[in-house]
Design a protein around this ligand. Structure first.
Ligand code: DX5
Ligand code: ZN
Length: 219
């Protein structure tokens, strides 16, 4: 299983976003993780379509868009036009999952479904044949820099088993760093979102390398 790293720009220096994206490109991250929050689905606001358009228009990176918004189906076309390559939405949102997945595919993007820590892993099972990505939140969505919820490894494990031979990415998001990455990967995750760990690390290239290749001696 080849692991990939998707870098969250939520906690980057937004005044110098172009420089931050270029640092991530040089560090050879696989994707750029774009956290969209509406202040309703989560108790925070972030950025949206115009910022994605600016970033996507100036980077060759794959745009991995994570929608933490209450009615994702209303914005799929606009996010796709703005440069999204993959759009992941929450099953706890008010949108119909099958219809939202259909809209994402129709817009030419890969589709992902996500669940919050309190939602049982079984919630994703009906959709495994329809999506390219399953995102298990390992913190409560809303803020970067939180601690990894270790109990989520059982859920990751269960979903990895359920995926079987399907060609579907299993993404983890929240609190991924040198101390938690092995637990997530050993449970079956292969797409790792990291924000604060990458931006706080004195050597971003080394940090990306460590997430992708593992950390001997960690859990
Ligand atoms: C939380 C976001 C995450 C988060 C990742 O709502 O979905 O993408 O910003 O940041 P770290 O790696 O700092 O937990
Ligand atoms: Zn995210």
């Amino acid at each position: 299983m080849k692991r990939k790293v998707s870098a969250s720009i939520l906690n980057s220096d937004l005044l110098h976003l172009a420089d931050e994206v270029s640092l991530l490109e040089h560090a050879k991250v696989d994707m750029l993780h774009f956290d969209v929050m509406d202040g309703i689905f989560v108790p925070n606001l972030s950025f949206g379509i115009p910022v994605l358009q600016a970033v996507a228009g100036n980077s060759h990176l794959f745009m991995d868009v994570h929608l933490m918004i209450i009615r994702p189906h209303l914005y799929i076309t606009e996010f796709a036009k703005a440069g999204a390559d993959m759009i992941t939405f929450h099953l706890e949102s008010e949108s119909d999952p099958v219809e939202t997945i259909r809209l994402i595919h129709e817009a030419g993007c890969k589709a992902g479904i996500s669940i919050k820590p309190g939602t049982p892993g079984e919630a994703v099972l009906p959709y495994l044949d329809m999506v390219e990505n399953v995102l298990v939140m390992t913190v409560e969505p809303g803020f970067g820099g939180q601690s990894f919820i270790w109990e989520m490894t059982d859920k990751i494990h269960m979903i990895r088993d359920a995926l079987g031979e399907r060609d579907v990415m299993l993404q983890v998001d929240g609190g991924i760093n040198d101390e938690t990455v092995n637990a997530a990967v050993n449970a079956g995750a292969d797409l790792l979102v990291a924000g604060s760990y990458l931006f706080k690390h004195p050597d971003m290239n080394a940090a990306v390398q460590l997430l992708r290749c593992g950390n001997e001696g960690s859990v």
